[in-house]
Design a protein around this ligand. Structure first.
Ligand code: ADP
Ligand code: MG
Length: 440
């Protein structure tokens, strides 16, 4: 309803859900500017805050709107200085493009700021080797791994390193998708000879995200000939992909065997120490002053994707720019709330896995109906941890464990609590499990 102060009602809901300190700092100075047909415009003191609220609290805000029967309203944060910032941001962007990029390469990604750990040391060493012996040691070098693990970074690092050694080298960095678009343009404007020439006269060809080739037979054909020609001339080819060559579907045999003809290396998710080292390096680069405790906390929660580690730091930076104060774990939990929620969704499963492993059982043993004494106890320990470690409601615990009722769950948890009181060895086991859980 127009004229209504909907945001005030939303704030009341939010106040019940977030901690007081956070409410004071983040929500108190916001106010409704207008309620339109489909939008609620809310004024925030500065654009950082708008961005943070959008990223971190959109779920809670949506839930509150739903509760108030305003499901279809979108909240838009607006700040008086938004406009000013926009103009400035534009200028900054333009300068950095002119200065920082050489031949499509970003100078941000170098070997010097690539943290090496067990998960990526082989890929790193191979990339380095390529820069010392172009076209001869590993050709092509094929780097594969999940998203956000540093493939593009390494590819740029190779290009930057070679370019800094020899500015006359003809280096092309491109993505398979980009190549595809270029090829389509070339085909439609009858410029295929130019397209071929461009790629066949390079000294170093760096192609990102080659998995894009899946099903694209015409591009595959083109690439196959380009590869052959470059290979015979001892020109270097480096390729990245989100999966190994043999798992890219519908790619011609002969192209796959070309990929396999060089060196295929894998980048895996980083271990805890590497995550900590990456966070420290990025914090230094971005001049963000945070404690080791906070770094360890983030590294223990965000595990699979380095891009997410980075963006969590950027959020923290935005927060610190705004509040000009040190940040502690409690704040970090709020700022990274949505990442942590996503991680939490997987946690029950991990808890079950860890406890199953501890008792030499499988996850299925715990989830199924088996009633041997050992399994029953393991299951009760799972109940205990789901309750005390994740604070899950009893009903949900019952559901996770295949529809156990409320009283079974309570009984299970009490049984474990009783044993902890009475039995020293049992207690030690629980402490040991707890220790293992700390790092999930
Ligand atoms: P991918 O191409 O594998 O999806 P990127 O190379 O784009 O991943 O990496 C995502 C982000 O993480 C980039 O900003 C990159 O600088 C950073 N990154 C990845 N691995 C490392 C590492 N080992 N050391 C430092 N930064 C890294
Ligand atoms: Mg990439």
């Amino acid at each position: 309803m127009k004229g209504e102060n909907l945001w005030e009602k939303v704030l009341k809901e939010i106040k019940q859900k977030v901690n007081e300190k956070i409410y004071e700092a983040w929500f108190k100075n916001t106010k409704q500017i207008a309620l339109l047909e489909d939008r609620l415009i809310v004024e925030v003191p500065n654009p950082y805050l708008g961005e943070l609220l959008e990223k971190i609290y959109s779920k809670i805000i949506k839930e509150s709107l739903k509760k108030l029967n305003y499901e279809n309203i979108k909240v838009v944060f607006s700040s008086k200085i938004d406009k000013e910032k926009e103009i400035k941001g534009e200028k900054i962007k333009k300068v950095s493009i002119n200065k920082g990029e050489v031949k499509g390469l970003s100078s941000r990604y170098r070997f010097e700021n690539f943290v090496v750990g067990k998960s990526n040391e082989v890929a790193y060493a191979a990339s380095r080797a390529v820069t010392q012996n172009i076209g001869t040691v590993y050709n092509p070098l094929f780097i594969y791994g999940g998203t956000g693990l540093g493939k593009t970074h390494l590819l740029h690092a190779i290009g930057n390193c070679l370019f800094s050694k020899d500015q006359n080298l003809n280096i092309i960095y491109t993505s398979a998708e980009n190549m595809m678009n270029e090829m389509i343009d070339a085909l439609s404007s009858k410029k295929m000879p130019e397209f071929r020439k461009k790629y066949r006269k390079v000294d170093v060809l760096l192609i990102d995200d080659i998995h894009f080739l899946q099903d694209k037979f015409v591009l595959q054909e083109e690439l196959f000939h380009t590869f052959n020609s470059l290979y015979h001339l001892k020109k270097q080819i480096v390729i990245t992909s989100d999966r190994p060559p043999w798992e890219i579907k519908n790619v011609e045999e002969r192209l796959v065997s070309r990929f396999l003809g060089g060196l295929v290396v894998n980048i895996k998710p980083p271990d805890f120490e590497t995550r900590v080292a990456i966070l420290k390096l990025k914090a230094r680069e971005e001049d963000i002053k945070i404690s080791d405790e906070v770094i360890n906390f983030i590294a223990s929660k965000i595990k699979k994707n380095i891009r997410e580690l980075e963006s969590s730091l950027m959020r923290i930076k935005a927060f610190m720019n705004f509040y000009k104060k040190e940040i502690d774990v409690e704040y970090v939990k709020e700022i990274l709330r949505d990442y942590l929620d996503a991680a939490k969704e997987n946690e029950p499963e991990k808890i079950i896995e860890i406890i199953a492993e501890f008792f030499n059982l499988t996850k299925e043993d715990i989830l199924n109906e088996k009633r041997t004494k050992n399994v029953a106890l393991a299951r009760q320990i799972v109940m205990y941890f789901l309750r005390h470690y994740l604070n899950l409601p009893l009903k949900q615990i019952g559901k996770i464990l295949g529809g156990k009722d409320h009283s079974t769950v309570i009984h299970g948890i009490e049984k474990v609590e009783e044993l902890i009181e009475k039995d020293e060895i049992f207690k030690e086991n629980i402490v040991e499990i707890e220790r293992k859980l700390k790092w999930i």
